[in-house]
Ligand binder design. Sequence first.
Ligand code: UGA
Length: 440
Amino acid sequence: MKISVIGVGYLGAVHAAGMAELGHDVVGLDVDARRVRQLEAGRAPFHEPGFDETLRRGLDLGRLRFTTEYEDIAGADVHFLGLGTPQRADGFGADLASLHAAVDALAAVLPARDGSPTLVVGKSTVPAGTARGLAERLERIEGVRLLWNPEFLREGFAVGDTLEPDRVVYGVRDPEAADAEIRMLDTVYAPILDGGTPRLVMGYEAAELVKVSANAFLATKISFINAISELCEATGADVTDVSRALGMDDRIGSRFLRAGVGFGGGCLPKDIRAFIASAEDLGVGQSLGFLREVDAINQRRRVRVVELAREMLGPLRGRRITVLGAAFKPDSDDVRDSPALEVASRLMAAGAHVTVTDPEALKNARGHVEGLVTVEDTAEALRGAELVLLLTEWRRYRDLDPSVAAELVAAPRIIDGRAVLDPRTWRAAGWELRALGRPD
Ligand code: UGA
């Protein structure tokens, strides 16, 4: 099928390459000409395992192109909307400006069609009610149908999540009268659906809510264990013991139950705030009041790491601190709302000399924090440190040899902000180790 993907940021670029991988003829569109040139040259604009190969295969097979011009996509059968919906400048609520601009630009070039419909498929994370509003505009054009098909991919697993999702959700105006558009999207996703992936059809609002509630649930689960982590610190319990035992209850499950410095990234933090704002707009703010607490617990963990640093070093001014990790999670170069970088900034504000290292995210980190000192090589970053903070659990940091590391630093002190190091081994190698949620 002829497919366009409008907005080739993280989600859109991976989706476009994924659709080419399924055998479709795909054009990715973005208003950012630099990004379009980069993708067209086969260069991934972000670090994502497996994406480079998928992108290049699509380009080599001639199934994938990129453009900045809406005229180039006018004839496609299916248009995916992959626009970002960032946090609004006022801090609450989603900014839908680029989504609306894209829909206006698309509507201006869509030809009226009879016979098989033109399908517009929204993938962006939006407040409930958005799809219905967009459908009012788009479906005025003869033969155009809007379907809402939220995306659940995780950074670091984006290609696999696109080609083998847990489920696909179709939001339609009226589930009883949407056969044509459902069939059409089924054709697009045929290789995925034939593999047995469940497909659920529901109303627009339910589909929009599935997405934001999934992220809110995941954020809640992380903040839940981080709240328990605070209890562990107050009682001397070890949060990794509590988490392991809790996770063995099938009803709870062990995933997203890892305590530490908390969640960051371009999705979870902003999505819970937008969800709270959306509930307030709908007059049911009380229903999601608990998400404010989820957000607050998450912020507190970042502050706690700085407190721990003070407990270990005393006044921070002039002290040499090395932060292991800048990305919001391993296997990513994304630093949006990264807990590691926020902690680094707070330490810098307190006058510490902070050095940050990360295998992939340093370029982005420098763009985010002014005056940040970054070092590529782990050993070099550790040299001379009076305190080390492990804040993003890249494998290379989890696998550090404490005896080798002890030779490099000025004083063997470490804060394990992700509860991933074995305290006994590190202490036996002479380290003073403090960990969030674990006994000293
Ligand atoms: C998240 C969701 O997991 C995806 O399903 C969703 O599609 C995506 O947002 C989105 O809306 O686009 P992502 O932001 O890539 O994906 O990252 P996650 O893997 O969810 O991790 C988020 C944060 O939680 C990271 O900072 C991670 O370190 C932290 N985390 C995760 C924990 O602190 N503990 C855990 O147990 C798990």
